[in-house]
Ligand binder design. Structure first.
Ligand SMILES: *Cc1c(COP(=O)(O)O)cnc(C)c1O
Length: 423
């Protein structure tokens, strides 16, 4: 069976008359449904909040939809902090999980009352200086579990090679120092997964954090009020993968909560997530038109979009499902490389992919592009990035980001007074 897409071929053709390809389209109804499912699963905790990782889909329309479903935001730059503020996500609903952060961005986050999540031991002093000699009332630290001791878990990968976070020893010292400095509220964060589909992985992460909360209480006399499990919940990009059951993840974490947090007297402990990918990923699509075909040593289909619009396949060989509008039930009896127009041979959306026969003018849909899609785009080769359309719950369409123009592209150049081309 073909992957779901919210519009029929006839409907999509109508859309394209008004909004020429390529464009991203997001399905509001599906975003809301998924968010409700996520929230329901985690409502078994006394306090729970998802902070949407803004970098996944930094568009205020999308952020407002998520805010209305109860989400906060997870930001890593001043632009993302500002977008959250503009989207009505304010104060402690914003977690600033940045790294290598300039003082001015800490100051902005502090003034907005956002939660600052420090990435290093030395940043305590740096933050204090940035804020004129005092620390905020609430501080969170990012933990890097490093090389895992025997009996630890093998699936966590290699945190010791990651640039993020504090070591365990540093962390214990950091909470003591902050307590002595008068900090009143504390959080603990880690993020050690990426696109992970195994629920046990998240239970293991929670276990590490919960045990650390107990240790911090005992050794530092500090009560952690919230743990932030990071992002990293995966989505089934490939046809043989299946969606992570939020309920299963929540139940496994709840069992550990009852086993570790409750007896230690740390209940209620707020459970935060900062997921991006599962929140918008499956509900955004890149729609393009097939504009060329080549028959050389391989068969090629060229789209009017390119790697500048969606980088994941070219950058890390990521798999994205591709369907052809109107040919959902046609046999996949051709094998194509589906490519874009960059002067880079990695500009391939799919390599040696069985697909139905594609004709020039066919509308080609790249699935699961709603997170880390448009937002990762760039302007190499002078490519202007495509726009974004929201398919609202009532079926109407709203352009929520226009396509870039050549004037946008030339805006930072000194052209010596010459007027740029009006696209
Ligand atoms: C990228 C990132 C996220 C979101 O990751 P997803 O895979 O999109 O869920 C959350 N937190 C931090 C610190 C990140 O860097």
């Amino acid at each position: 069976m073909s992957r779901y897409f919210p519009l029929t071929n006839e409907e999509l053709k109508e859309v394209v008359k008004k909004f020429p390809t390529p464009f991203y389209i997001y399905d509001e109804k599906a975003i809301r449904q998924n968010m409700r499912e996520f929230t329901k699963a985690f409502s078994i905790f006394p306090i729970f909040r998802e902070h949407f990782a803004v970098k996944a889909c930094p568009n205020p329309y999308i952020m407002k939809i998520l805010a209305s479903e109860g989400c906060g935001a997870d930001c890593s730059s001043i632009a993302e902090l500002m977008l959250s503020d503009l989207s009505g996500i304010k104060g402690e609903k914003v977690i600033f999980t940045s790294n290598e952060t300039p003082a001015s961005e800490y100051q902005y986050a502090y003034e907005k009352g956002n939660i600052i999540n420090l990435d290093d031991f030395t940043h305590i002093e740096y933050l204090k200086n940035a804020l004129g000699g005092k620390l905020p009332e609430t501080i969170c630290f990012r933990y890097n579990p490093g090389p895992l001791k025997k009996g630890g878990n093998a699936i966590i990968g290699k945190p010791e090679e990651a640039k993020y976070g504090l070591t365990r020893e540093q962390l214990l010292e950091a909470y003591k120092i902050c307590k002595a400095e008068g900090v009143k509220h504390f959080g603990l964060h880690t993020m050690v997964a990426s696109n992970e589909l195994n629920p046990d992985f998240f239970a293991d992460t929670a276990k590490i954090l919960f045990e650390l909360c107990v240790e911090i209480k005992e050794k530092c006399g500090v009560r952690i009020e919230f743990t932030d499990l990071g992002g990293g919940l995966g989505i089934p990009y490939k046809p043989d993968q299946k969606k992570v059951s939020y309920e299963e993840v929540a139940k496994k974490i709840r069992a550990l909560y009852d086993e570790i947090i409750v007896p230690a007297g740390l209940d209620p402990l707020a459970i935060y997530w900062e997921c991006g990918r599962p929140i918008t990923g499956p509900y955004g699509y890149l729609v393009s038109t097939a504009i060329h075909q080549k028959h050389i040593y391989r068969e090629y289909i060229a789209l009017d979009s390119c790697m500048a619009d969606l980088m994941r396949p070219g950058m890390y060989g990521a798999y994205h499902e591709i369907t052809v509008s109107g040919k959902e039930n046609a046999p996949c009896d051709q094998v194509y490389d589906v490519v874009g127009s960059l002067c880079e041979n990695c500009d391939k959306f799919a390599v040696q992919r069985p697909l139905p026969k594609i004709d020039i003018g066919d509308l080609v849909i790249i699935h699961d592009a709603g997170a880390h899609g448009r937002s990762m785009g760039y302007n190499y080769n002078g490519k202007v990035r495509c726009g974004e359309i929201l398919l609202r719950e009532d079926g109407s369409l709203k352009e929520i980001r226009r396509r870039e123009t050549l004037d946008d592209l030339f805006a930072t150049l000194d052209l010596g007074g010459v007027e740029t081309f009006k696209a």
